[in-house]
Design a protein. Sequence first.
Length: 103
Amino acid sequence: MSTVATSLIEIDQHAVARIAGTKTKVIEVAIDKLAHDSSPEEMHIQYPHLSLAQIHAALSYYYEHQEEFDSEIASQLKEVKQLKSEQGDTPPHKRLRSMGLLK
């Protein structure tokens, strides 16, 4: 079912790196680090179900495969921007614009 990359990181059947025994993806931890420059200790507050060892393992795995992860993150951001542009304004945005509260 899954291949073990380290004792704390597993690669699932869809080739997604996850923290072993959890549903947390390595890319989620990496994005948190990149977006907020959080320390592992700060991340532990955000992910109380993970041990510091698991967080360090996820970051280590990210840095070992940084080029691939950064490419995936860029691809996801591009997709989000495209979907957002296709969606247009939501009803609350339209209402706020009509009230002059949004540009």
